[in-house]
Design a protein around this ligand. Structure first.
Ligand SMILES: Cc1ncc(COP(=O)(O)O)c(C=O)c1O
Length: 559
């Protein structure tokens, strides 16, 4: 499929010629186009990339071209690097735009509502291009200068959005080389790991002859602090990156303990209190490293009761981390920021730029209430990151790092809080309307209504709906499980066929929900973040699911 034959500047592939890698060619690559003609050619290619690809993404509403993974794998199975150059830049660009892009996933489609990846404001491509052209490395001032200064300013802006400290606080810290309000990092996973790394090092710091866990390691730290086990408590809807943190930080991922949720899928406070009491009374010398509250769970978009979690953590002197990788930018909306009330009491907060800040892949961030907290993970090296320097790499899990802060800084100026509020409010309000639509259709059952902009539902054929409900309510467990197994099969199959048809994409997950205790329920998971996703689009998606169900029900499921 041709996606970007711009009528004004058609670009054709070069006839194969013997290409050579010589000194002249190298110079051309590094010193930019040497003639006006070459310059024009490059501009033409850039125009194709900047506008042709965009045109494709907005025009082509399907989510992917129909081609099997097997076929793709066969096309891409050569493993040798050719000795001589194979292609000119122009040909590589045409390959990428015409042959590769159509088989990638069109995450910009309004019909792509399955994951936390979506359309970007198109200026992101331009901003990312500038960041690439500048190629600053924010690890140190010597390779970034003003960019490091801007990064500190952006960190302060987002810190202020979360914590709302006063002007004097921000004037003291915005450019203070001795303090850090947070740091940029590649993604939400690493942001969560950073938060727990900081919490671990703060808890198991130096005492007497012990020089701290970072230097001496876990066994010495446990001995010095008289403990045998560290645990993290998070709702059972916590993101699996927290388990990774358990592994990476050496506390063991089985010590990332799941706390039960209530009927709204928020951490159950009674269960939390009970768990804390149990751990403290266990006599096992267990310490609680952190409690993690989630502002927008990955599967259901629910928000834990952050204010109450903060109070419990304060009472027990436990580090309170909020994973707002998804929901953080809700703070931009005056109308809905109350949904995250209590986040300002968190010791640390994760937010992903590449989720609801609509930034290109990837941009994680972690913020700390206490500007000295990041000192717990400070490292120095002789050639860089010297003590007292402004080098941002001193307090970061990453080494070399691109200047994604420059993109966020520019975007905040282009969008303002009002622009972001429009996006956030659209997602939340369309999700609510979609929930009402689902509830009005006899074939569907709402499983988790939206609190932010994520919801889950499933297919329940009318023939078993009333029958099924009575049985669930009367607690005929085995029969209910049998029915749910069949419903799981139907939802799984419809989701798979819809995905394969390639017009729209809704994801699928398996949940434990209060309506069906002890049972695994397979659900459609819908994430609404694309401003082009309207209620009509969502109705079409439901229509398609109904049609697919109509086709398969007699063949695949015996009900
Ligand atoms: C709540 C939450 N936390 C953390 C993450 C991890 O983010 P990333 O994929 O950027 O590592 C996700 C990703 O979906 C998430 O939903």
């Amino acid at each position: 499929m041709t996606i970007c034959n711009l009528p004004t500047h058609p670009v054709s592939r070069h006839k194969p010629t013997q290409l050579v890698a010589d000194q002249d060619a190298l110079m051309r690559i590094f010193i930019r186009p040497e003639s006006d003609a070459a310059r024009l050619t490059l501009l033409k290619y850039m125009e194709q990339i900047l506008f042709g690809l965009h045109e494709f993404l907005t025009r082509h509403v399907g989510v992917t071209q129909e081609i099997s993974l097997k076929e793709l794998a066969e096309r891409f199975n050569s493993t040798t690097i050719s000795k001589h150059p194979e292609k000119k830049l122009a040909d590589v660009i045409i390959d990428l735009i015409e042959d590769i892009a159509p088989h990638a996933v069109n995450v910009a489609s309004p019909y792509f509502v399955g994951h936390m990846t979506s359309a970007l404001p198109f200026f992101m491509v331009h901003l990312k291009t500038i960041v690439t052209a500048l190629n600053q490395n924010v690890i140190k001032l010597e390779t970034s200068k003003v960019v490091s200064v801007i990064e500190k300013q952006v960190l302060a802006k987002i810190h202020r959005l979360i914590y709302r400290e006063n002007e004097a606080f921000y004037q003291e810290h915005v450019q203070n080389p001795q303090t850090s309000l947070g740091c940029f990092i590649e993604d939400g996973t690493l942001a969560n790991i950073t938060a727990l790394w900081v919490a671990r090092n703060s808890l198991l710091g130096a005492r007497d002859c012990f020089e701290g866990i970072e230097k001496e390691g876990l066994p010495a730290a446990y001995r010095a602090h008289g403990i045998e086990r560290l645990v993290v408590l998070v709702s059972r809807l916590g993101h699996y990156s927290l388990k990774k943190a358990g592994g990476v930080l050496g506390i063991g991922n089985r010590n990332v303990i799941a706390v039960e949720v209530d009927a709204q899928n928020r951490m159950d406070l009674n269960c939390l209190r009970q768990k804390i009491a149990e751990l403290q009374d266990s006599g096992e010398k267990t310490r609680i490293l952190a409690v993690v509250g989630i502002a927008g769970t990955t599967e259901t978009g629910s928000v834990d009761p952050l204010g109450q979690l903060a109070a419990i953590c304060a009472e027990h002197r436990i580090h309170f981390h909020v994973d707002a990788a998804w929901g953080g930018p809700t703070l931009m909306s005056e109308k809905y920021r109350h949904l995250l009330a209590g986040i300002e009491q968190a010791d640390s907060v994760t937010i992903d730029g590449h989720k609801q800040f609509y930034m290109p892949m990837t941009c994680g961030m972690v913020y700390f209430k206490d500007p000295k907290k990041l000192d717990a993970i400070e490292y120095h090296a002789g050639y860089v990151n010297r003590p007292g320097s402004v080098d941002l790499g001193r307090k970061s899990l990453s080494g070399s790092r691109e200047a994604s802060s420059l993109i966020l800084d520019s975007t905040l100026k282009i969008m303002g809080t009002q622009g972001y509020a429009l996006l956030i409010e659209h997602g939340i309000e369309i999700a609510r309307q979609f929930a009402a639509e689902i509830q009005s259709r006899p074939l569907f059952e709402m499983i988790t209504p939206p609190e932010l902009n994520i919801l889950t539902y499933r297919l329940v054929p009318p023939a078993i709906r009333s029958l099924g409900r009575i049985r669930f309510e009367q607690g005929a467990a085995e029969e209910a499980i049998g029915i749910n197994d069949q419903l799981n099969t139907i939802t799984r199959k419809v989701q798979q066929l819809q995905r394969e048809a390639g017009k729209s994409f809704v994801s699928r997950t398996t949940l434990r929900v209060h309506q069906y205790p002890g049972q695994d329920i397979v659900v459609f998971r819908c994430v609404i973040m694309n401003p082009m996703t309207t209620l009509d689009v969502l109705r079409e998606i439901l229509d398609e699911q109904e049609a697919i169900y109509g086709q398969i029900v007699n063949e695949t499921v015996d009900l």
